[in-house]
Design a protein around this ligand. Sequence first.
Ligand code: GLY
Length: 346
Amino acid sequence: MSEFPLSRRSFLGAAGAAVAGAALTPQSAIAAPQILRRSLAAPIAISSDNGFRGVAKAVDLIIKGADTLDAGIEGVKIQELDPNDQSVGYGGLPNAEGVVQLDASCMHGPSKRAGAVGALEGIKTPSEIVRLIMKYTPHIMLVGKDAQRFALSYGYQIEELLTPASREAWLHWRANLSPSDNYLDVSGAEKMVVQSTTGTNPMMLLSPSGDLSSIVTTSGLSWKVPGRVGDSAIVGAGQYTDNTVGAAGSTGLGEANIMVCGGFLTVENMRRGMSPTDACLETCKHVMAMTPPRLIDERGRPRFQLQYYAVNKKGQYGAAAMTGSKYAVCDANGARHEDCAVLFPG
Ligand code: GLY
């Protein structure tokens, strides 16, 4: 993967911030160029693994001077507008009635402001709507029809969010729902796999000047009860930023995350001195402590996946998941996939 070109000015600025306060030893002076390269903290963007293109885009924009939240929104919009990502925006899997309902939220570290939408229908890019709520209202969250009306007032158009593939997946799910309803079951031999999804696209970002932001967007749990709002709409659960500490976000079963306010808890774990990876692992452990028995199997493992991602003000980053998964990172070394730390290996 090619490296992102950093101008000499941004390189030195970020590197200077990274080493500020560190005592210079004779060894570190000799090894200075390498040490600077390894400790170059920002810009950095991390995301769920589907956000690979998004983190690259966001870092490129931050290097060009964009604000961290604006850059993050441009990053997650790639997935929102991608009909092949069935966990986010256009093409996302619908609720039990075949309607795509989207959740999103954001936090802007430097201004200490936030925006959120729940169960938004017909708008492909809820990430842009949460920024409008944040910028142009004193509120934080709008939901349902009124959130849609708010978006229309800013010139957005209602569009069909179901793609032929996501509609077909929903019809297949409905047909197989119950043998006693009046939809004939589709034969199990028929070639079509429909998996329930709790996928999401969260992104956490840090600029060379040390500003942080977070954004998350999702179509939520597929086949959900209409009106169900998940963790992505909830500031402090789906994502959270404290500009003095760090930013964190989540993918996976929203109900499990809401029970621990996971975005907030992960940032608080970092405030208490944990590395981003340890902070994420600690939140996973707390989720297990708060999980009802029906969601825990006979081996004591969760019946669901949940991932946390975090970056701190120093530019350290990490992620942890209930079971093995990857996430996307981009910094001065370019975009790449990395492994999450795992609470339940194997
Ligand atoms: N984390 C996505 C959802 O459960 O809605």
